[in-house]
Design a protein around this ligand. Structure first.
Ligand SMILES: Nc1ncnc2c1ncn2[C@@H]1O[C@H](COP(=O)(O)OP(=O)(O)OP(=O)(O)O)[C@@H](O)[C@H]1O
Ligand SMILES: [Mg+2]
Length: 390
């Protein structure tokens, strides 16, 4: 059954994953949804990625980091509806990846060797999909604790939102890549350094050592041997994560702006969700240009300006008053045009997403949404009951 508002979504879901292309408002939406859920009585955790300093500090969390912090109940204002509480953390992707290693290495000494390995430091940050993968692995662990009624997940600013769904597969592919396989074979699966190399392998390595140094090659060898032990665990975890994302308790929140590129991305993502049988919570179309009150004529604007004491104080009259009225009239016309373009975009989204999908529009605000009052207001927009038109 499709939802009619995010208030209904809160009642039905335990995990919300906010995805969308870069800069559309994922982090802001995640924070506003989590705050609204906490205020509605849910024990809520928001996992953010790189939130603006002012956003974190307006929740009273100046030093948000990888460890979970409780937001002061006085800030949440949860007293109004009972048990609600808000916790927040900022995902440190490197630490999340380290935790996956810790969970799968065969003993603590192996963990230390891997984490200290210079090749690991490089690879853990640059392996395709590793950041998204680390985020999902963390979600998987936190969900398993059962501490929260609702976990809201912000996602990394991927250039392409689909990267997020493809992360586990990409990581598995990188792990299985021919290059890694080659090194693993050279190592012979043992811990005897490069001693098992055949003659041609030795020759290649000797040539390589000239370029990259033999220390690097040793590090590489140790890394692949050690890492091999945990690869099976990684793959298993990727499968578990995928399975989690298909559960009914999960809902994807597709955040977009009305711009064609962002809309297209949200619709692609929607198609992927349908294909992968992953549940949609709804669309949030952020930064929509609103319609202003009916346009007046230039002469009417001029009369309004003339009656305005602040304008009189500026000494505007005659030609300058007329020119100001014309400029305002033009700006209003442009605003109306933008609002009409956004209306069309929303209509197309509604047609493409299926008539009954939840689509919430959020108006473009004049300022960034960082302070508590604006976050609460955004939460109210997101959870408001549907109006007959939307
Ligand atoms: N409706 C809105 N009106 C005005 N400003 C907004 C609105 N929504 C978000 N913003 C502002 O836009 C900026 C980008 O928002 P946000 O950080 O949430 O985007 P994001 O999708 O998380 O970006 P990234 O992909 O870089 O992580 C922020 O400064 C935020 O305050
Ligand atoms: Mg963000």
């Amino acid at each position: 059954m499709p939802f009619r508002s995010f208030a209904e979504v809160f009642a039905a879901k335990q995990i919300l994953v906010c995805v969308g292309s870069g800069g559309v408002g994922k982090t802001t939406t995640s924070a506003a949804l989590a705050l609204a859920a906490a205020r509605a009585g849910k024990r809520t955790l928001v996992i953010t990625i790189d939130p603006a300093k002012r956003l974190a500090s307006s929740l009273g969390l100046a030093a948000l980091g990888h460890d979970i912090a409780e937001v002061d109940p006085a800030v949440v204002g949860a007293g109004i509806t009972g048990a609600g509480a808000l916790s927040a953390m900022m995902l440190d992707q490197k630490r999340a990846f380290d935790e996956v290693v810790e969970g799968h290495a065969k003993d603590p000494a192996a963990v230390q060797r891997i984490l200290a390995n210079p090749v690991y430091a490089q690879v853990s940050g640059s392996l395709a999909g590793s950041q998204e993968y680390a985020a999902m692995a963390k979600l998987h662990d936190l969900d398993a604790t059962g501490r929260w009624d609702l976990i809201v997940v912000d996602t990394p600013p991927t250039a392409h939102a689909l990267d997020f769904l493809e992360a586990p597969a990409k990581l598995a592919a990188a792990i299985d890549s021919p290059a890694i396989e080659w090194f693993r074979k050279l190592q012979g699966g043992g811990r005897s350094g490069w001693s098992l190399l055949g003659r041609s392998g030795s020759f290649v390595l000797a040539r390589l050592a000239k370029f990259v140094g033999s220390q690097f090659l040793d590090d590489l060898g140790v890394f692949f041997t050690e890492f091999h032990d945990i690869l099976g665990g990684f793959r298993q975890r990727a499968e578990e994560t995928y399975a989690l994302l298909r559960q009914d308790k999960v809902g994807f929140v597709l955040v977009s702006s009305p711009e064609p590129m962002a809309m297209r991305e949200a619709l692609f993502f929607h198609e992927r969700l349908v294909k992968s049988q992953m549940p949609l919570a709804g669309f949030v179309v952020n930064r929509v240009h609103g319609h202003r009150p009916a346009a007046a004529t230039v002469t009417e604007v001029e009369a309004l300006l003339a009656a305005e004491p602040a304008v009189a104080a500026l000494g505007l009259s005659g030609t300058s008053l007329r020119m100001s009225a014309e400029a305002l009239h033009r700006a209003h016309g442009e605003q109306e045009l933008l609002a009409t373009v956004d209306d069309d975009a929303l209509k197309r989204l509604r047609a493409a997403a299926g008539g009954d999908a939840l689509i919430v529009q959020v108006p473009l605000a004049h300022q960034d949404i960082h302070d508590l009052d604006r976050l609460i207001a955004l939460g109210q927009t997101l959870t408001a009951p549907p109006t007959p038109r939307s």
